[in-house]
Each structure stands twice: as structure tokens, then as C-alpha cells.
Write a protein of this length. Sequence first.
Length: 308
Amino acid sequence: METHDHLKPLNFETEETLKPLSFDFQNDTKEDFVPIAKTISNDIKNKESNFVFFFGTAESGKSVILSSMLYYLRSYAGVLRPKLGTPNSKEANVLLSDFFENIRQGVLPNRTTRDQVTRLDLVFEPNNKSKRVVPIDLTFLETSGENHNDIRRGGNYHSSIETFLNANIPLTFIIVTSYESAYNDDSLINEFLDELERKGKNLKSVNAILVISKWDKSGRMDVESAEALDSFISDHLPMTSQRIDTYGLSKTYYTVGSVQNATGNERISLLNLSTAEVLSKWLYRSIVGYDLDYEGTFWERLKFSFTN
């Protein structure tokens, strides 16, 4: 719970109150005395949420996945609204508005600003009436793909990202690589998983999923079978495949539908939300422990039959 210190007005009764102390004591500084600088606090406000961190290089499809997930949750699964009293920036509100306005027009999201974490604090209220399918707070963290390259060969993240990865908050990781460039990301994904372990996150219990985006580039909107997806991951991401199998992490594919490249700009010509539904339901179940479409207990179902 966030607390606020009571602010007291300055006392202006005497001029001495406003006198800089340094003028009186600047010649008395001890050579063996080293002052301690006041550090800027990196404490994350409003920790009582479920934070969702997207990992993926530039043009991997992170923003497309986020925008289509949010659109599915708001249009088909319930009410999705900004959470009041959270430290959302103006950029976050603009980003959310752009997502909803653009996706139905077939406009893909713009690239995210480097060295900046755009934080979206939201409340999701499912339309399922079961008491077990509860409203939850969701905080999505949007980062630039270029920043994820910073950890190659033992490098470090920008401080804006480190703040969230180091904090003691509930984090879900959505690790994104595209159908076309997966083979290039295998090493970097493993470096990211190594980074999480260095920060004390046990991969056997971490909430994470690997997403192969832009699956429509394969010529299909779905996978032929679960074995086909496993085979793709094993062939293109052999090291990542071993980590996923060893730690029991989840995996899926993703597409937003048919994407046309006309006049140099890619646009969605046919919106497909089936994979957005799958990933959104995985996210909810992984946090709450119940499916979004959970039917409820016998008494709940009986009650619904009378009320409906």
C-alpha cells in the first residue's frame, strides 16, 4: 500500500532558516570525511499487479502481439480499462489508444522507443460470471527490441529495464521470436534465460512462454499438429528447445492474420484473433489458476440457468 508523507510548510519567520549551510561550513570540511550521495530511488510503485514482460528483438512482433491480445480481451473476453491511481505515463495512454484505433484499420503498431519502458497498468474484468474467474490487474511492459541486444556476450540492460527485472514483483515472460528469424535468436534467448537465473529467478517455477510470431509466413494460419511446432522449434531453436523441455515451459505460435505489403507498408488485410485468444487465455490461467471460460461449479451453473 503506497503511503504519502504529510508535507509541512516552511517556516519563514526568520531569514536564518533560508541560509545555505554550505556558506557557514565550507572551510571546515575534513579531508578524511567522504559524504554519502543521495541516490535516486528505483523503487517500483504499485507493485500489487501482475507484470507481463515481453522479450524479443526488433521486428519480432512484440507490439503486434500485445495490441491484438489487448484488443481480444477488451472486445471478446470482458472489460479492459486503465487502472486509476497508477504511475502511467502520457506515452502509455497514447500507445493504448493507438492500439485500439489502428488494429481494426489494419495498421500495425509503431516501433517502441529505445531505452524506455512503456508501462500499461490495466484492470481486466472477465465477462464470465463464475466467482472463480476473478478480475485481475495486468501491467504490460513494452520495451524496444534494440535494448534486448544489449545483453549479448554478457552485456547489461538499460537501467529502465533492469529496474523491473531486479524487483520483487510477479513477472510473466512472453519470449517472442518470428518464424523468419528464429534461427538468429536462439543464442540471445538463452542469454536472456541465463540473465534471469543470475537474478535469482528459478526457471523451473518461472511463468514463461515461447511464442513463434508471424506464423502466417509459413503459408498457414495454424500449425498442422503439435509435433509440427515442436519440430520447428527443435530445428530453428535447438538450445532454446532444450531449455523449454528441461524446465517445462510453454510454447505456442502466433499470427494476426493476413498481412499485405503494399507500397512498402505492411497492413493487416484480414484480422485473425484465434492465437490472441489462446495466448490471452494462457496468461489468465497462469496467473489465476482457472480458465477464462471456466464453467463453474454445479450450483453456479444451476444458478445461471435460472438467471439466464
